[in-house]
Design a protein around this ligand. Structure first.
Ligand code: 5RP
Length: 224
């Protein structure tokens, strides 16, 4: 079985009857949401889901998961994918341009579990570019700012649509390539301080547990 599927299915077993669940975005969480839907049906579970994107909203509806919002409920457990995970459980996310809502939901959860295949585990973040969700009018000024941090910015272009990617919130994505990121927490704060940046894809210090799909099965890494 594909590693993303193995780990997505394993994460669905962490959800308990009565939980309010944050539903991450991406191809790995696709399997998590699919399996959670199966468990709800087969085990008669009462679960509420809080999606992090239109993708996870639509998939949750198709999977029979009842949707709620952060206005109405607190989150017991959130399960989400990542583009990179370092040895201190800091992340780069936003490969699917959904990191703003993902960060709101994942950070609000009592327990935040990340699900990845083993290709995403790195010593230091930085091979994957850091996505910035940017107010469209600020695209050029934000791009100039990130050069001061030795980042190389590029506007993310859409596929099957002319022009740039437009996020679920109506904004652009500027991907910034850095060298190895020495201090993810500081860079996360610095990038968010640039006028026009809505949110960046560094998630520093909020992960509780990482499930890693490997050829030998799923490994659970817990915060020490
Ligand atoms: C979306 C994300 C995804 O969780 C991240 O890009 C990983 O995606 P995938 O599971 O498809 O590899 O942050 O914004």
């Amino acid at each position: 079985m594909e590693l993303k599927k193995i780990v997505g299915y394993a994460a669905a077993e962490l959800v308990e009857n009565g939980n309010v669940v944050g539903l991450g975005t991406g191809s790995t969480t696709h399997y998590f949401i699919e399996k959670l839907g199966e468990r709800i049906k087969n085990e008669n579970m009462e679960i509420l889901g809080i999606p992090t994107s239109y993708q996870s909203f639509l998939l949750a509806k198709d999977s029979g998961i009842i949707i709620t919002t952060l206005e109405e409920n607190n989150i017991d457990i959130s399960v989400d994918g990542a583009d990179e995970v370092d040895s201190n459980f800091n992340l780069i996310k936003g490969g699917g341009a959904a990191h703003t809502i993902e960060k709101i939901v994942d950070e609000a959860a009592t327990k935040f579990v990340v699900i990845v295949d083993d290709s995403k585990i790195v010593d230091k973040l930085g091979a994957f570019p850091v996505p910035l969700e940017v107010i469209p009018q600020a695209c050029r000024t934000v791009s100039n700012h990130v050069k001061k941090f030795e980042g190389i910015p590029s506007l993310r272009m859409a596929k099957m649509k002319d022009g740039p990617v437009i996020t679920d919130n109506g904004n652009f994505i500027v991907d910034v390539q850095f060298n190895a990121i020495e201090n993810p927490a500081n860079l996360e704060k610095d990038l968010n301080a640039i006028p026009g940046v809505v949110e960046n894809g560094i998630f520093a210090g909020i992960v509780d547990e990482v499930l890693v799909g490997t050829a030998e099965g799923v490994k659970t890494l817990k915060k020490v």
